[in-house]
Every structure is written in structure tokens, then in C-alpha cells.
Ligand binder design. Structure first.
Ligand code: MN
Length: 743
């Protein structure tokens, strides 16, 4: 009989074994259809082409996937390489098969260029997002596996390219889907082409030890099996040497020789239920000495890709360490076949504990929502709906960009650079000119056409684009590019609003007044105030309300000053009146200190360096010899109650803050933190975010690994200072922030 037909029949038997009501005619039709379509084509090996789809279908059947998947595997290269069309396949084999084949074809057409890791992750996501149905990915992985198995017939360049791609895309995807067995084989074959010398070294070394390996393996298997039989535990025990790539990775990442690799051997004990797993663990730890810190309970805490097992490393009698993995049959299926195991082993979904984190979250969610439907239904509705809020597209150079779904060329342009967006005059998708509102799809190649004479974005773009990034950058452009225009319109609006409130523009532009107003508005210049109004960042009305507040405050301050001056005849140092006079000169509008000293009127005041009080702090004054009144915080050690009694009692005076005090007061803080990289930077960032003026900052590390940071800053009052302290407290590893006081 024809060997190819014979091979087909073996496939049919394999599928029938898990598909009792198999429509064999349909499967056979698919085979003959593919055979006819590929008729005359040869593989690089010289074999008829049909061998490849047949082999892929065999792997798919090994995974236990449904008949539609097996048929799609037989047809997977038809759309790409033969005359067959989507419509024809759909008519003959149904819409599902046609869509699976179409999906695999799309993935086949995808171009990869090796990139840095972040880009690769996007590529993997794009790959998975493009496959609407998870079966498409599974078939594609099987296709790749067979191509890797027959890679010897390809050119060396192709071998390397495909191996790299397999290592970077397919093996991680197989891992993510929990398909350990396929992953290992993909990795080992790829390694053989990527580092033939390294691969051969390990393989030869392992081969030379194979007799010893075998002896060790058989002995341990027998010991474990015997003991567990004594305990009455039904189980299967088998040992194996770990796969080449995992040994290779350990050798190179940890710079070890083969002899130094801890666990070359892995033994598996497969049992019927979970409680038996823990019993087995007890027996193993009783028989062999466990290696500390190597026990892992992936049953209690499954890996994100649903993997479950108990892992422990123990040391055998010959001093050789080995790993033992203990699991149930169901866990075993999941470990070997991952997502595909659900086709094979359709039970116990409801009480399965699934991973809760990271990459596999979507499968967990999928499975959770599917738990109540029956297994058959589950298989058919298992769609790949992760990343549905993202779309992945290529730049002409092959960089992958992740954009929000529904994104347009505008979003793409701004994701490259704001300058690209601002000078965009058109866009091409897959080589064709498109409109700005063109909706991008996964895998599209997007090219932005720019021009130096571009007029910049239009306001409509704000409604067309989908990403915040684009929106923010477009707004920024309007803010900056139209600055002159904004200033003019803003100034006109402000003047009109001022007239309305009977305030002359000259009043606020007065050189003594303007700095206060700008500080109040938190704007560096008057132009900036106008520009902000101009582009709509604030309104003239709001600005004028705050200007009025500030003018009122300045008036009150001037009044208090005048009153204080009138009362100041009692001068501390009559022998040196010029000092006093100088201090008072020019301060008729605002107080020098913002302090009223009871009984002394306006006199020379300074703030104690030890405790640097700010408005809002309870304070007390001390009449110094020669420098006026020194203001301390009431809680400053230098103003402690015992100091305020006794012979100097008379020199302590009551002082109060003027209601409207000076804009800025200098004060000091001390931070205590666990030292770490970037601490000082974080402190600086927090201070700058708090918008306070920092006058000095110094940091030193202690021998105990702590850091001490001193900050001298200017604040308006105690409440602003409190909010700064709160901010500093939030910095990671800071454990105390306090105001400097005393000594
Ligand atoms: Mn193929």
C-alpha cells in the first residue's frame, strides 16, 4: 500500500481513538483535497509536500485537538501555496475550518525581525492577538515544530533565522500556554542550530555518561516505587535527564560545568489524587535528605500558566542530587499539554485552582467564565480575547507599536515622536494611502508621510485620535505654536475683565505689586498669564478673582505696617538708630518679618536658626543683645520653659504672626531613611513636585546603611510645610521626617 495513505490511516485511527463519532469521510476528504492541492510540490527533503501537513496533523492529534483542528492542520498551507480559496474550503469543510486555516495563514505571513526584549514581547502579544481562536496558535506551534524537526534540509542561514524566531516567539508562547513538552523540543532543536558547539558538548557529555545515568535512574526509580508500594500508594514513577537547553541555560547563566549543575535528573511520581501527592512527598523526604530551600508547592500556588506539581530536590545515597516532581494525572496532562490539555482531559475544571497573576490572567478569566458550560462547548468558544483593547502595528523598519484598539495613523505618528505627528501630511498603511481616520488592525505596516511645510495638527485630530499620548501632544502644540495669538486674546480678555471690576491694568503691573500677583497665580510671567487664558487653561474671571484677593491682602498688610510704624517709638537700641531706620525704610507696604512683638511695636526681628519657625507655629520671642528679637518655636529646646524662667525671664516676650505674613519663610527639615540608590533623587523630585523653593540639601550615609538628609527650604506657612512633610513621608524607605530643632 502507498506509504502516505498508510500514514493517513494511522492518523485517522489516532483521531478516532478520542473521537468516537468521527466523520471519517470528512477527514479523508480533507486529506485528499490537500494532497491534490499540493500535488507536484516537493519539500526541501525531496519528499512530496503532503508529508508536512500530514505530520502537522499528527502532532495536532497528539495534542488531542478536535477534528476541525486536525482538518485545518491538513489544509494549513493550502491557501498560501496552492489554488485553494477561503470560499472553497468553507464550502467543503465549514466556516470554522476555513477560519482556522485563514488564521494560520495570516500568522505564517507575519514577518519577524529579532529585536530587544520589549519589542519581542509586543511581537508575541501581536502574534496571539492576531489569532482570533486559540486553536490557530496551537496549530501554528505544531506547524513550527514539524518545520524545526525537518530543519536539516534548509540552508544554514534559514536554519539560524528560524531557530532564533522559534526561541524568541514560539517557545515562549508554548511556555505561556503551558505546553511544556512542545516547548522543550522547540528549544532543543533551536539550540542545535544556534550554538551547535555548545549543544554538541552537552549532548556528548551526556551520552558518555548515559550508562551511569541509566543505572542511577533505574535504581532510584526502583527504590521510590518499592517504598510507595509498601505504603499502599498507587503511582507511576519514572526518571529522566533534563532537556539539553535547560542544562545549557544553567551552564551559561550560572557559569557552571556539567558536574556542578545541581539537578540533572528529574523524577516524576504521578498519583491519583492531591492528598497522595503530599503523602508521597513525606515518603521521599523520609528516604532522601531534602536540599534546604528547594521545596516548592505549585499545587497550593499554581504557576501562571496553570502548571501544578510539588517540587523538591533531594540527595541520593551516592551524594547525587535530583529533583522529584509529584503530581496527579490531571496535573500531568496540564503540565505536558497546557491549554491543549483541556481537549484531552475535560473534567475537574470547577475545582481547579488557576494562576492569578500576569501573563496568564486572560486564560484564567476565560476558564472562569467558561466553567459552567460543558467541556465540548468550552472548546468551541475558547477564543483568544486577550489584548482586545490593544492593537499591534509595525513601523516600516519592523518596530512593533502597541496602540489602543481603534487607533488611527495619527496615534501611530504621535507614538513615534511629537515632531512626526506635528509634521504629518499623510499616511500609508500596507503601502496604500489612507485617511487620517483609518482604523489600524493587528499586523498593519504604518508609514507616516511628513513634510517640513506641514501646517501642524488640526483641531479635528483631537476627535479622531484614540490615545491619550496623541491628544496631549496635539494640545501641547496648540499651546506652544499659537503662543503669540494666545497672549493677545488672553490679554484682551483679562483687560476687559479688569475694567469690569474697576481695576486699572497699571495697578497690577506696578513693580511692587506684580511679583505678588504672579506668585499668587503661580505663573512666571505676565505673558504666561495671558497665554494661559488665551488657550483656555483658565478663564479671565478666575484670574481676576485671585488678583482681587491678592490686592486686598497687600492693602491689609500696608495698613498693619503703618499702624506698627506709628507705634514704634520704643526702639531697642537707641544708640544705633540708623540700623532701625534702614530696616524700616522701604517697608511701608509690607512687614519685614510678618511678626508683631507685643509691647515693642515694630522692631528688628530675626528667626532663630535652631528651629526656623513658619507662620502657624506657636512662637515666642527673645530679646537678644544687639540683634533685636529672636523668634523661636514654642517647642524649641532653646525656648524650653526652664529657660524662660529665672533671671532671663524678662527678656522673653509674647509674639504673634501678622495675619498676612511674608510670602516665604526659610525652615529646615531632617529626613531619616534606609539608604538606597535614587533616594536623594526621589527626595528632590518630591520637593520639586511640592513646588517649594529648596535653598540647600545635604545628604550623608551612616555606617548602619541609613541615610540622613537635611533640607533647607522656603514655605509660606505651617500648612504648606505639613503637606511637604507628608509628601516626603511617602517616599519609599523614608522612615522619619522631622523639623530641625535645637542644637
Ligand atoms: Mn506549514
Amino acid at each position: 500500500m502507498d506509504p502516505i495513505l498508510e500514514r493517513y490511516q494511522a492518523l485517522e485511527e489516532r483521531v478516532r481513538a478520542y473521537t468516537p463519532n468521527l466523520d471519517a469521510q470528512r477527514l479523508f476528504t480533507a486529506f485528499t483535497y490537500a494532497d491534490a492541492a499540493h500535488n507536484g510540490q516537493l519539500r526541501k527533503s525531496g519528499e512530496p509536500y503532503i508529508i508536512h501537513p500530514l505530520a502537522v496533523a499528527e502532532i495536532v492529534a497528539d495534542l488531542g485537538l478536535d477534528v476541525d483542528s486536525v482538518i485545518a492542520a491538513l489544509l494549513h498551507d493550502c491557501l498560501e501555496d496552492t489554488e485553494a480559496t477561503h470560499e472553497e474550503v468553507a464550502k467543503k469543510f465549514g466556516a470554522t475550518v476555513a477560519e482556522l486555516v485563514e488564521g494560520v495563514t495570516k500568522l505564517t505571513k507575519m514577518q519577524y525581525v529579532s529585536k530587544e526584549e520589549e519589542q519581542m514581547e509586543n511581537l508575541r502579544k501581536m502574534f496571539m492577538a492576531m489569532a482570533q481562536d486559540i486553536r490557530v496558535i496551537l496549530i501554528k506551534v505544531c506547524d513550527r515544530l514539524h518545520n524545526m524537526r525537518t530543519m536539516e534540509y534548509q540552508s544554514p542561514r534559514k536554519q539560524r533565522e528560524k531557530s532564533l524566531e522559534t526561541m524568541e516567539i514560539y517557545a515562549p508562547i508554548a511556555h505561556r500556554l503551558g505546553m511544556q513538552k512542545l516547548k522543550w523540543e522547540l528549544e532543543d532543536i533551536s539550540l542545535r542550530y544556534l550554538d551547535p558547539v555548545g549543544y554538541k558538548e552537552i549532548q556528548d557529555e551526556m551520552a558518555s555518561r548515559s550508562a551511569a545515568h541509566e543505572e542511577f535512574k533505574v535504581a532510584i526509580e526502583a527504590r521510590i516505587a518499592e517504598r510507595l508500594a509498601q505504603e499502599g500508594i498507587k503511582c507511576k514513577v519514572y526518571g529522566r535527564v533534563k532537556h539539553v537547553y535547560s542544562i545549557y541555560r544553567k551552564m551559561y547563566s550560572q557559569n557552571k560545568t556539567l558536574d556542578e549543575i545541581f539537578d540533572l535528573y528529574a523524577f516524576r511520581v504521578i498519583v491519583d489524587d492531591i492528598s497522595a501527592c503530599y503523602n508521597v512527598l513525606g515518603c521521599i523526604h523520609d528516604m532522601f535528605r531534602p536540599v534546604l530551600g528547594r521545596f516548592k508547592d505549585y499545587i497550593g500556588t499554581p504557576k501562571p500558566n496553570m502548571y501544578q506539581s510539588l517540587h523538591t530536590t533531594v540527595i541520593g545515597s551516592a551524594g547525587i542530587p535530583f529533583e522529584v516532581q509529584i503530581r496527579t494525572w490531571e496535573m500531568h496532562q496540564t503540565a505536558e499539554y497546557g491549554v491543549a490539555a483541556h481537549w484531552k482531559y475535560k473534567q475537574g475544571l470547577a475545582d481547579r485552582q488557576l494562576g492569578t497573576e500576569g501573563d496568564f490572567e486572560w486564560v484564567r478569566k476565560l476558564l472562569e467564565t467558561q466553567q459552567n458550560s460543558d467541556a465540548e462547548e468550552f472548546v468551541h468558544t475558547l477564543k483568544v480575547d486577550m489584548f482586545s483593547d490593544e492593537v499591534f502595528v509595525f513601523s516600516p523598519k519592523g518596530d512593533v507599536k502597541s496602540l489602543p484598539s481603534g487607533a488611527t495613523p495619527i496615534d501611530f505618528a504621535y507614538s513615534v515622536h511629537s515632531a512626526v505627528g506635528n509634521s504629518m501630511v499623510g499616511a500609508k498603511v500596507n503601502g496604500r494611502m489612507v485617511g487620517y481616520d483609518f482604523k489600524l488592525s493587528n499586523g498593519d505596516i504604518v508609514e507616516v508621510i511628513t513634510s517640513k511645510s506641514a501646517k501642524g495638527p488640526s483641531r479635528d485630530w483631537l476627535n479622531i485620535c484614540k490615545s491619550n499620548e496623541a491628544r496631549v501632544k496635539i494640545r501641547q502644540w496648540f499651546k506652544k505654536e499659537r503662543r503669540e495669538e494666545n497672549i493677545t486674546t488672553g490679554r484682551a480678555a483679562l483687560e476687559s475683565e479688569l475694567r469690569h471690576n474697576k481695576i486699572a491694568l497699571s495697578t497690577i503691573l506696578d513693580e511692587d505689586v506684580l511679583p505678588n500677583i504672579l506668585r499668587k497665580l503661580r505663573c512666571p510671567t505676565f505673558d504666561e498669564v495671558c497665554a494661559t487664558i488665551g488657550y483656555g487653561g483658565t478663564t479671565a474671571n478666575k484670574v481676576v478673582v485671585r488678583i482681587k484677593d491678592e490686592l486686598l491682602r497687600l492693602d491689609r498688610l500696608a495698613e498693619a505696617q503703618a499702624a506698627a510704624k506709628a507705634a514704634t517709638e520704643n526702639i531697642l537700641h537707641p544708640g544705633n538708630p540708623t540700623v532701625q531706620a534702614d530696616t524700616l525704610k522701604g517697608s511701608n507696604k509690607h512687614s519685614d518679618s510678618g511678626i508683631i512683638v507685643e509691647g515693642l511695636g515694630n522692631c528688628l526681628v530675626k528667626f532663630a536658626k535652631c528651629c526656623t519657625p513658619v507662620p502657624g507655629d506657636p512662637i515666642v520671642g527673645f530679646i537678644t543683645r544687639g540683634y533685636g528679637v529672636s523668634i523661636h518655636r514654642l517647642d524649641c529646646p532653646n525656648a524650653a520653659p526652664e529657660r524662660r524662667s529665672g533671671e532671663e525671664e524678662a527678656r522673653w516676650v509674647r509674639v504673634t504672626w501678622l495675619e498676612d505674613s511674608l510670602p516665604n519663610y526659610e525652615t529646615a527639615l531632617e529626613l531619616f531613611a534606609k539608604d538606597r540608590d535614587g533616594l536623594a533623587l526621589d527626595v528632590t523630585m518630591a520637593l520639586s513636585a511640592a513646588k517649594v523653593k529648596v535653598k540647600a540639601i545635604s545628604a550623608r550615609s551612616t555606617d548602619e546603611g541609613d541615610a540622613n538628609i537635611n533640607v533647607v527650604l522656603e514655605v509660606r506657612d505651617r500648612s504648606e510645610l505639613t503637606s511637604v512633610i507628608n509628601r516626603l513621608h511617602q517616599i519609599q524607605s523614608v522612615y522619619l521626617v522631622k523639623r530641625s530643632s535645637g542644637n
